[in-house]
Design a protein around this ligand. Structure first.
Ligand code: HEC
Ligand code: HEC
Ligand code: HEC
Length: 194
């Protein structure tokens, strides 16, 4: 964000996308029963055979957003043990390296943790289609993320939603509060906070 007009524009567009995400029920919903989820046929006898999402998910470490499960913690505590490979010769690669992004912005710095991602994903899920495998080589944009690109390919879709700003913006800059307040509305003509 180089100057105030583009910042005001950023917040206006970001708030529109966030309002859409919230109204679409992407975050903070309880588990819908299979009979009511609009995907399964409630008249089918097979529905009795299936486990209800609430039965399966309520036993895992709870979250306050998205599908209400803290998936990384659940995995690390051994509550779930997903199968990593089908073929025995598949190489499982876990990479333990954090990348700090957004070094020049006004929000807290973004810490991208490789380890937690490669517990679920392989390198090719991200490299090099989504991101270059070189710190600082990708041009990131929060608007693109909100529009479902970059981190937004997964976050807001299959992993925790974009309303959880400080799970990504997790490293405070010197002298910055860990969770600076966000503008909830932008009066016309006002310059949003940095
Ligand atoms: C999935 C991770 C993720 C989430 C969640 C997320 N961001 Fe970001 N955000 C990023 C990344 C990565 C960048 C880096 C873009 C860049 O380098 O300019 C960024 C950049 C930004 C920027 C521009 C740079 C700056 O610091 O001024 C703003 C503003 C911003 N985010 C606000 C938010 C707000 C507000 C939320 C919550 C509503 C949010 N972000 C949620 C990952 C995220
Ligand atoms: C969920 C997405 C994702 C996955 C999966 C992923 N990476 Fe990355 N990787 C990133 C991002 C984002 C960056 C930072 C890119 C930038 O700054 O332009 C990065 C940067 C890197 C870098 C340069 C910085 C550093 O930490 O050394 C290397 C090397 C790298 N990745 C290797 C790997 C390897 C090896 C794997 C698989 C074991 C992997 N990555 C899996 C997203 C991912
Ligand atoms: C290919 C899919 C994918 C992409 C792209 C992706 N993530 Fe994730 N991310 C995941 C999954 C899956 C998890 C684990 C499930 C969850 O926490 O919801 C996760 C978890 C996280 C966590 C939480 C780790 C923890 O300890 O709880 C952070 C922080 C995060 N991602 C940041 C980012 C940022 C920043 C980007 C973009 C630079 C990004 N992710 C891109 C899939 C992705």
């Amino acid at each position: 964000m180089r100057e105030s007009t583009s910042q005001a524009d950023f917040w206006r567009r970001a708030l529109v996308v966030l309002a859409l995400l919230a109204s679409a029920g992407v975050s903070g919903s309880d588990w819908e029963s299979l009979n009511k989820d609009g995907i399964h046929d409630p008249r089918s006898p097979a529905i009795q055979q299936l486990q209800q999402p609430a039965d399966a998910l309520s036993k895992l470490t709870p979250d306050t957003a998205g599908n209400m499960v803290r998936w990384v913690q659940s995995l690390e505590k051994g509550e779930i043990n997903p199968r990593a490979n089908i073929r025995p010769d598949t190489k499982i690669r876990v990479y333990d390296s954090d990348v700090l992004l957004n070094l020049k912005g006004g929000m807290p710095i973004v810490r991208f943790p490789h380890r937690q991602h490669t517990l679920w994903l392989d390198c090719v899920n991200c490299h090099d289609q989504l991101f270059k495998a070189e710190a600082g080589a990708t041009k990131f944009s929060m608007l693109k993320i909100l529009e479902g690109e970059q981190c937004g390919v997964c976050h807001g879709a299959v992993s925790f939603p974009l309303t959880e700003c400080f799970r990504c913006h997790s490293v405070a800059r010197p002298g910055q509060a860990p969770r600076p307040s966000l503008p909830i509305a932008i009066p016309s003509g006002a310059v949003p906070p940095k």
